[in-house]
Design a protein. Structure first.
Length: 383
């Protein structure tokens, strides 16, 4: 396959007019015979990686079934999210184990050639249950527990090593030692926490390198109490941002870029099962959720994830929040792939990598074509 006429996003974060060559399911630097795709009027960008979301199209990752993962992965691929690391919730251990079992089976079958039109399952984000009750957000307080090696190891074993991130509130019992013990095994993320600046800095010194949905479920940044936000910026940590227009004000998004720099910001959707569906009543982590537009809330008004996908968040960031296009691509495709250690195979349009890319209309940024493992998912259909 050859894609001609598009402005192509390169590894040095700029757009260049050049041809893209695909041999089978891999990008190559050799001119290939075969289908020619007209990319005129489009930009070509790497497929996105969402490392923090819970569900979509009426399914939740914590449903713990192959059918749920398949539906989620198929939807994500069609909107341009070609690699995924969905998130668990704070739930009972049997449910979490079932999720890990299903993920391991799905991954194995996908590698064997099944689910060819679904986003590639590259990891699991373990969001909970090692969190603070005071900042639990939409997590279920009934199942919150101290950070412990046994639960993590059991989930990691059942998932076949898929757990790439673990959320931890560092001020809770056992958390700091857990961070020290696991720093070389997985990405440790400060999350759902009341930690002050000093405690957060201790966590980053101990081995945490990541912050879950910056600004949300943590103490606010202030000039005398900079908290997790100030500590993370000082420590050079990477930070997730939900750019759905609900979770974080555009000014705070722009401020995060000034504090952290574009290399350390990761766009996530934090989407829940209502994403891709109409307004109505849904659930997240076993709790009822009301969805109106982009806003998803529990009965008490607590924001309960997002009703937007990562592609929508990307467009909001560029078109409404005034984040430069090149920067936004980096935050949705490059940085998340690097964060969970899959950049050697995904996250850029480079020879030798898996051929996942998106063709977007250069003006509207609407999806015109998704190519997953070298095959087109969308022909004349638009999303």
């Amino acid at each position: 396959m050859v894609i001609r006429g598009a402005a192509v996003y390169t590894e040095d974060s700029r757009f260049e007019n050049k041809d893209i060559f695909i041999d089978g399911d891999i990008f190559t630097d050799r001119d290939c015979s075969g289908e020619v795709v007209d990319g005129s009027g489009c930009i070509a960008i790497p497929g996105f990686t969402d490392i923090h979301f819970h569900g979509c199209v009426g399914k939740d990752f914590c449903d713990g079934s192959i059918e749920a993962i398949d539906a989620i992965a198929a939807y994500q691929a069609r909107v341009g999210v070609t690699t995924i690391a969905p998130a668990t919730m704070t739930m009972d251990e049997n449910t979490l184990y079932a999720v890990c079992d299903a993920a391991a089976e799905y991954r194995s079958r996908q590698e064997a050639g099944e689910f060819a039109e679904g986003a590639i399952l590259c990891g699991i984000n373990m969001e909970g249950p090692f969190i603070s009750r005071e900042k639990m957000g939409a997590q279920n307080p009934e199942y919150i527990q101290r950070a412990n090696d046994e639960l993590y190891q059991n989930m990691q074993k059942k998932s076949g090593g898929l757990i790439k991130l673990v959320a931890v509130a560092p001020e809770t019992e056992g958390a700091m030692q857990f961070i020290r013990d696991k720093r070389d095994e997985t990405v440790l993320s400060v999350a759902h926490t009341t930690a002050d600046y000093d405690t957060a800095m201790e966590a980053f010194d101990a081995g945490a390198t990541h912050v879950t949905h910056l600004y949300n479920a943590m103490q606010p940044f202030s000039h005398r109490a900079p908290g997790v936000i100030g500590a993370a910026a000082d420590a050079g940590a990477e930070a997730e941002l939900i750019c759905d227009g609900v979770h974080v004000h555009p000014s705070a998004v722009r401020a995060a870029f000034k504090m952290f720099g574009e290399d350390n910001i990761i766009f996530i959707s934090d989407s829940m099962m209502a994403t891709g569906l109409a307004d109505g009543d849904y659930s997240l982590g076993g709790q009822p959720v009301k969805v109106v537009g982009n806003l998803a809330t529990l009965k008490d008004g607590t924001i309960a994830g997002s009703a937007t996908n990562l592609m929508q968040c990307f467009r909001i960031a560029v078109q409404q929040m005034k984040i430069p296009l090149e920067t936004a691509v980096k935050c949705a495709a490059v940085n998340p792939a690097k964060s969970i250690g899959i950049y050697e195979k995904y996250g850029s349009i480079s020879a030798g990598k898996v051929a996942n890319l998106i063709l977007l209309d250069k003006d509207s940024l609407e999806v015109k074509q998704v190519i997953l493992r070298g095959k087109m998912l969308l022909a004349d259909e638009e999303i």
